[in-house]
Design a protein around this ligand. Sequence first.
Ligand code: CTP
Ligand code: MG
Length: 241
Amino acid sequence: MTRTAALVPAAGRGERLGPGAPKALRVLGGAPLLVHAVRTLVHARGVDLVVVAAPADGVEGVRAVLAEHGLDDDGPGRCATLVVSGGETRQESVARALSVLPDDVDVVLVHDAARPLTPTSLVERVVTAVRSGAGAVVPVVALADTVKRVDRADQVVETVDRSVLRAVQTPQGFRRTVLEAAHAAADPAAPATDDAGLVEACGGTVVVVPGDEEAFKVTRPLDLVLAETVLARRRAAGVLD
Ligand code: CTP
Ligand code: MG
């Protein structure tokens, strides 16, 4: 039997969100962003283990938060949840979570704690694509805005052809060997903002699957307002979270 693990980088400070607790612990609809993200992974079919990379000074706090929300249980049919100390960069946080995986894990997802409303269907789509043979998979959405390249003087150089651009979400999915090789080859001095970027950098193939607009990342204050509205709408429709 082989297993699928989901790594959850949650060690960021959330500087763009403004002052307050680390972003993963900021509250949305009564529960921290991290709890929403972990719950989705635990509920998704095919995820057997979750490893959270917590802020270095917040490992015990994150364990307590997960326990408080019933996400620490490793009973029959339940998904085990481990917590490790994250690093200075997202890349380092993912590497630390990757380093504690048991031997029987052969497929690895990496999912931002900052994407609390990601539907389970998206998680399952990514797992299916990797289990069907892809080495690296990213969910993508089309861009809404026109995109322009600018120079250092803030002058527009050109309008980029939007039809060939995609915004990339998480969870990203990998064959474990592919992700480990990419992290082993990565330059800690020039960290990547996503894991597929590391695979690309060492010549690997990355395929796309359709993303989901509700998998948006909470980055700035307005994203939290949007997330509250989406969650309230789900709850009013009786969707469990
Ligand atoms: N992350 C992490 N370790 C870091 C930095 C980021 O685990 N050293 C995680 C964040 O917790 C988040 C995800 O990576 O779940 C995506 O990063 P981002 O949205 O940039 O979050 P922050 O780094 O927290 O936000 P900011 O860049 O605004 O400070
Ligand atoms: Mg960041």
